[in-house]
Design a protein around this ligand. Structure first.
Ligand code: 8ZB
Length: 492
């Protein structure tokens, strides 16, 4: 159910009093947006790109200091030709540890270095965060990984940011071991409700689901089913611009089909629930799994991701960098990842070298699997979206392999087929029909039954893009500047 005005007002009072900068949030924000002639610039860029069939480029990037963040974003925009910019938030802020973020922010200021792995939006407050936005021309999105992003969203929207990543499932399960889904979904309903509070007042906030999830062999139908629920949950709170995402697995046909199924299913269910006026766009994540250390292989993988995103006609692609295997990238390496991707998306924009029927066939199977999951979850939820998700995960009807959270059953085991597409070795309690299971069995049996120990196969499949052992021997070079990388506080 949509949170009503009165309840929401009380909730906001509590959230805004949880840290001093919460007091900076005011209705002044609406005046600010109007002054900028900005009705939510991020969603407009997405809409234009979708209409033109273009794939926009967006990197990740966040450093603790305002001036350094501006320098970084200007570099990504001018040298890297990024279409959309990020403000990646540090890990302490993601965990609501604002005191720790404050301490490392002050130390970073004193030393003039980066002792946080991102930009602490809450600590910088409305003015500091807005200064970054105003120093660049491309729209900027807040990207993070918080199970509870209520205060972060408050400061971000008040500062003028019009796109916010995350959701109650996708920013919980891959990131937290023991945050109950019930709680993260509730806290994200607040973020979606806050987005619609702005949208109702003329400022459309774009909300993006983190469809790449754990980044490790996520079967497409699982990612699609989860995205459908995050889209429905957002729409239920009044969100009008939704981006659904998917992380590259490596088989071009399957990845392209997955993006198609993702968009189709999301739109179909939004319509069915009466949210046909929501604008849906797609985001493709370049490979989120273990990244090659050598520069040549890293660039090849970045190019493969950009190629696939462009063929899928994804609205945008989140790019990786040649430093991925080493940690947070320098701005120069980040721009190189963008330039590599730029060549690919521009070249492929007007080509379609794939077999259309093969893509359509794969998309039909992903659709069929995802539909089975969504329908069974809806049945368990007895008409309530949040209950559908909670009960479906309890029952293993929705599940996520290699998930750190105790709130996923972890009974699904993925495996690649001969062509590298991700299939099921074990489907756990996913509610699949006989034909789905039969097709899957046919596709995997040559690897699953002939090969060595299944666990060894899965390890190979996870490390699919890493160098063969002998290629990282002396002589094979990593990025020349990677050794100079700083290692900021907090885990990535
Ligand atoms: C779940 C997201 C992980 C990805 C990148 C990692 C990885 C994290 C930053 C960043 C640039 C940052 N990432 N923090 N990239 N600047 N502060 O997100 O490298 O690719």
């Amino acid at each position: 159910m949509r949170i009503d005005e009165d309840t929401f007002r009380d909730m906001r009072r509590e959230v805004l009093s949880s840290w001093p900068t919460g007091r900076e949030v005011s209705e002044e924000a609406f005046g600010y947006y109007r002054r900028e002639g900005d009705d939510g610039i991020f969603h407009r860029r997405l809409r234009e790109a979708k209409a033109a069939g273009k794939t926009l480029l967006q990197p990740r990037g966040g450093v603790p200091l305002v001036e350094k963040q501006i320098e970084l974003l200007r570099h990504l925009e001018t040298v890297g030709t990024a279409d959309l910019l990020p403000l990646t938030v540090d890990s302490y802020t993601r965990q609501n540890r604002y005191e720790d973020a404050q301490r490392y922010l002050e130390q970073s200021q004193k030393a003039g270095t980066s002792l946080l792995n991102g930009f602490p939006v809450v600590n910088h407050g409305v003015a500091g965060s807005r200064a970054v936005l105003e120093a660049v021309s491309a729209p900027v999105q807040i990207r993070h990984g918080s199970p509870d992003a209520r205060l972060l969203a408050e400061i971000s929207f008040a500062a003028g940011y019009t796109s916010f990543e995350g959701g109650g499932i996708t920013y919980n399960l891959p990131y937290s071991a023991r945050v109950p889904l019930e709680r993260s979904i509730r806290d994200w309903q607040y973020v979606d409700r806050l987005s619609s509070y702005y949208t109702d007042r003329g400022v459309t906030i774009n909300r993006e689901s983190y469809g790449a999830l754990t980044g490790i062999l996520v079967p497409p139908s699982i990612a699609v089913a989860i995205s459908v629920f995050e889209a429905l949950l957002a729409a239920e709170q009044g969100v009008k611009s939704i981006t659904v995402g998917y992380g590259q697995n490596g088989n071009i046909v399957q990845d392209v089909a997955a993006v198609r199924a993702l968009e189709d299913l999301t739109c179909r269910y939004l319509h069915r629930f009466g949210f046909g006026d929501v604008e849906v766009t797609t985001c493709f994540h370049q490979w989120m799994g273990p990244f090659p250390m050598t520069e040549g292989r890293a660039f090849a993988l970045i190019a493969l991701g950009a190629l696939t995103a462009a063929l899928a006609r994804a609205t945008k692609v989140i790019t990786k960098t040649p430093h991925e295997a080493y940690g947070v990238p320098t701005k120069e390496a980040n721009a190189q990842g963008l330039l590599c991707s730029r060549l690919m998306v521009d070249t492929v924009a007007n080509q379609y070298p794939l077999d259309r029927e093969q893509v359509a066939e794969e998309a039909r199977w992903i659709d069929r699997e995802a539909t089975a999951i969504v329908e069974k979850a809806l049945e368990l939820g007895e008409g309530q979206l949040d209950a559908s998700v909670v009960r479906a995960f309890e029952a293993g009807v929705m599940d996520l392999p290699f998930c750190p959270s105790i709130y996923a059953r972890n009974k699904v085991m993925p495996i690649r087929d001969e062509s590298g597409a991700v299939r099921f070795l074990e489907h756990g309690n996913l509610p699949f029909d006989r034909e789905i299971l039969e097709r899957n069995r046919e596709l995997v049996h040559s690897r699953a039954e002939a090969g060595p120990d299944p666990l060894e196969l899965i390890e190979q499949d996870i490390n699919f893009f890493l160098e063969p052992q002998d290629a990282i021997a002396p002589g094979a070079e990593g990025p020349s500047d990677a050794r100079a990388l700083a290692h900021p506080a907090g885990a990535r």
